[in-house]
Ligand binder design. Structure first.
Ligand SMILES: *[C@@H]1O[C@H](CO)[C@@H](O)[C@H](O)[C@H]1NC(C)=O
Ligand SMILES: *[C@@H]1O[C@H](CO)[C@@H](O)[C@H](O)[C@H]1NC(C)=O
Ligand SMILES: *[C@@H]1O[C@H](CO)[C@@H](O)[C@H](O)[C@H]1NC(C)=O
Length: 469
């Protein structure tokens, strides 16, 4: 999951103030015919869920998912591993009986971590674990050795005299509040430090928990600034540097960081289960197939990718064709700023009115809880009614910007939702070497897949289009 910084202000809202719609807050008065229609799906949703959970289909999906992660590992934007992973998913779709699969080319960034290291050389020698941030420039080959200054916040940086920053390595030690609140340091720390004359910047990893794990992620250089190398360090080392500075020690660090950056062609993958009545209208289910270059992208977003791919595939196997098309999209290059989603939106702008509902799973596939929904009050009421038959997976939170890639569509007025799940520990693993299959729980992922397929089926089959604002 990546968060576009322009949207950040809004995303902070969604993280901190998502509200559970309760009867007191919003009265849903739906036409009784529609309520009856929604109820009539109870049999089919039970059937879908039962086939996936107890009929072996979910276990088979999990097996393919595990093989996929083991075979391709990390799949960073522009890499050959990512392209081979895309080929594999195309083949897997056909092998599972769905021939309606296409890819669309997208120009994507290709940033490669070649070699990197950090050392504290004063007050004593210590290795510092680090992970360069996406798009970071390199240090000179011999590295940078300079004094470091630990800064807690942008406010503190603003108040600090430029003479105290110039020529130094700025270490941002902002403690995790929410991801949305804290990720601004990863996104803009290098730019802010450079504006005051710093020669490199290190960021306290954006996570509430650490067993000495650095967490990478994307960052953006502002216009007209000197691009300085930037990386994240562990919570443990950020705390240590802070304490040493507070004790009056002079901190000297050596950074050696080498990266390459160019552009490659990647692809969005589109899998359609064509609708039987209105094939031009669609419900999109999605996740991103690219990952960071560390760990294996099993959680972010292998899980979301596989359950989304599975929805049209399993419904086709169960011979359940909804009225509208169910389109699974495996976005490419999400991690570098929704590159695949933006390209799809541009290319299919004229089809925007035909997207009935857009869904994304990119915040984990832990135990499913419900949906985080954006849309008109009536759309929310319909989704709430639909969710009743999935109890206890029936929680609905309202948000202006659910998901990551799909926010580009939601901003254009398309109603949509992202998967709510028990993901309290998501940021423990996020963008780190620890994002592996060991994070995933088989039963939970299968339950997510069952819910995702069944809920998208009902929405794609309802007589009424999802009403827009
Ligand atoms: C559900 O299926 C059962 C058994 O096939 C049937 O008797 C019942 O009428 C169905 N209910 C609905 C709401 O379709
Ligand atoms: C996909 O299938 C094609 C045709 O059957 C084959 O040539 C290709 O090697 C396969 N690719 C992968 C990644 O399995
Ligand atoms: C960057 O420099 C260009 C050319 O001088 C100028 O037009 C532009 O406004 C500058 N951008 C920012 C963000 O300062």
């Amino acid at each position: 999951m990546y968060w576009i910084y322009i949207l950040l202000v809004l995303n902070i809202e969604l993280i901190t103030s998502s509200v559970v719609i309760t009867r007191h807050e919003e009265e849903c008065v739906l036409d009784s015919k529609l309520v009856e229609e929604i109820k009539s799906y109870e049999n089919v949703t039970k059937h879908i869920i039962n086939e996936i959970i107890n009929g072996g289909f979910g276990a088979a999906m999990y097996d393919e998912y595990t093989k996929f992660i083991d075979k391709f590992g990390a799949r960073i934007s522009g890499s050959e591993a990512l392209e081979r992973a895309i080929d594999h998913m195309v083949n897997l779709t056909v092998r599972n009986g769905l021939n309606d699969v296409t890819t669309e080319d997208v120009k994507v960034p290709h940033w490669v971590r070649v070699k990197e290291s950090a050392e504290m050389v004063q007050p004593y020698y210590k290795n510092i674990a680090l992970l360069g941030l996406g798009t970071s420039v390199s240090t000179p080959l011999e590295g940078i050795t300079a004094e470091a200054i630990v800064i807690s916040s942008f406010e503190e940086l603003d108040k600090t005299d430029a003479s105290k920053i110039k020529g130094k390595i700025v270490v941002f030690d902002a403690h995790y509040v929410t991801y949305g609140d804290t990720v601004v340091y990863r996104g803009h720390g290098a730019t802010k430090a450079s504006q005051k004359g710093a020669i490199a910047s290190l960021i306290r990893s954006i996570t509430p928990f650490s067993i000495y794990s650095p967490h990478t992620g994307d960052q953006t250089y502002g216009e007209n600034i000197t691009k300085i190398p930037t990386a994240c360090i562990t919570l443990e080392d950020a705390d240590l540097l802070r304490r040493l500075q507070d004790q009056g020690e002079k901190l000297i660090l050596t950074l050696k960081m080498t990266y390459t950056y160019d552009e490659k062609t990647s692809r969005n993958t589109i899998v359609d289960l064509k609708g039987k009545d209105n094939p031009e209208k669609m419900v999109i289910v999605s996740g991103h197939i690219d990952s960071w270059d560390v760990g294996e992208g099993a959680m972010d977003d292998g899980g979301g990718m596989i359950i989304s791919w599975f929805a049209p595939v399993i419904l086709n196997m169960l011979k359940l064709k909804p009225k509208r098309t169910i389109r699974a999209i495996l976005w490419t290059s999400e991690e570098f700023g929704y590159i695949g989603a933006a390209a799809y939106l541009q290319k299919h702008l004229n089809q925007l009115p035909n997207i009935n509902f857009i869904m994304e799973s990119d915040e984990g596939t832990f135990k499913p809880l419900g949906l985080e929904v954006a849309g008109s009050p009536k759309a929310l009421c319909i989704i709430k009614e639909v969710l009743k038959q999935f109890a206890p997976i029936d929680k609905l939170t309202k948000s202006d910007y659910p998901g990551s890639d799909i926010v580009l569509f939601i901003e254009k007025g398309v109603p949509g939702a992202s998967l709510l799940n028990k993901n309290e520990r998501y940021f423990w693993y996020h963008h780190s070497e620890a994002d592996t299959m060991n994070v995933q729980n088989k039963d939970d992922v299968i339950e997510c897949a069952a819910f995702w397929a069944a809920v998208s089926y009902v929405i794609a089959d309802l007589t009424e289009d999802m009403p827009r604002a």
